[in-house]
Write a protein that binds this ligand. Sequence first.
Ligand code: PLP
Length: 474
Amino acid sequence: MTKEEFRKRAHELADWMADYLENKESYPVTPRVKPGEIYSKFPDLAPELPESFDTIMQDFQRDILPGMTHWQHPSFFGYFPANNSEPSILAEMLMATLGAQCMSWLTSPAATELEEKVCDWLRDAKGIDPSWKGSIHDTASTATLSALIAARERATGYEINHRGFTGKEKFRVYASSQVHSSIDKAVKIAGIGLENLVKIPVDEHFALVPDELEKAIQADREQGYLPLMVISALGTTSSTAVDPIADITRICDRENIWHHIDAAFAGTALLLPEYQHLIEGHEGADSYVFNPHKWMMTNFDCTIMYLKDPRGFVHTFSSNPEYLKTRQDEEVNNYRDWGIPLGRRFRALKLWFVIRSYGLEGIRLKIQGHLDLARKAEKWIRNEENLEILAPVNFNTLCFRYVSENTSQEELNSLNEAWMNAVNQSGKAFFTHTKLNGNFVIRWVIGQTDVEEKHIQEAWVLLVDTLKATRKGF
Ligand code: PLP
């Protein structure tokens, strides 16, 4: 592609993008395709000869777009959102254009120093201890994995990094039974072993019970285990339950265990001062992770991890081969040493664009709007005799189900699942589910950048109408 053609195509694409963003509601939220259908549309062999941009774009619209789930649709209420925004998209375009690989300070001083600055801004805005330092990662999964590896190394004097496992290690990691599956994955990858991830019981609000944690740690110590880390959740994935951070910090401090706080989704709420009490006691913890790429209008991927003391972390991950050494190494942050990958994207740029375009005040207004909409939807559900909400509504996630007397859990689960599937099949809204105490519940997460009251009203009508039809079929 010539530079001249690039200019022309970029203008055309900008129009396409603006049209898409304006009309995103007109697409079905989820695609109506069967497994394998998209794959079979493409030729068996990669093209040998160049193809025109027009042809590629036509195929994109014909073959790719109908197979997409429209995550930015205002009626996407499933999982947790991965919401974006116009300033973030524009910054991604700039990032792609600069194509910088920001592994070290020298490989792009502005990228490193902007990263430090935006992490500081958000740390202070969220009420995180001002002595903590942040860096940007691709996902919470890798950030948490790196925290676990750093905890393993701190606890063993960095011996496993040097010598590898001896086979005699007996590590334990603790988290509530509601913890995200990325913790299970991290425990596997870090060589701890799934058997050594101890799932601590939760209370009626699905929050970890500190007494149970203490008991588990004591029992393990008596059997010669070395407790490495406790992961507490500030907003579990199933129901956004909040673990008692201060109590867990107290236990971890006393026991000399790394305390990692997973606030991947709900951490954005801390921008509202009235939510900051949730991290009281975090000062004594070791790490805290949250995803601007979930609920802060910043394109996936963008995770920030804050560390009380980055030195042990850097000691765990740094490697300084000759070809990476620079004259400034002693004076600067080389973020390649703050996590697993060497290469790093310039993710701070999109955060900077988002924070400056909205202002912290604008971001607060957006998330407050989502929380208000969730309160409205909660009232509608609570007013229905045959619907129930099965977990506290701590933020903007509602876990609800249809219920009726003299119906077994199994039947109710089947009915609720059929109800959710029928709603999703309409293409007008999209919900996902979880199980709480064995009960199938539909999760309604209201966090899209452009979600408005009309969208939740339409979704509510759709839910109620579809329930009537589904009940008839049972
Ligand atoms: N932690 C929690 C509480 C989550 O809800 C999720 C994803 O939904 C994750 C961690 C993993 O996030 P990521 O996709 O950034 O790895």
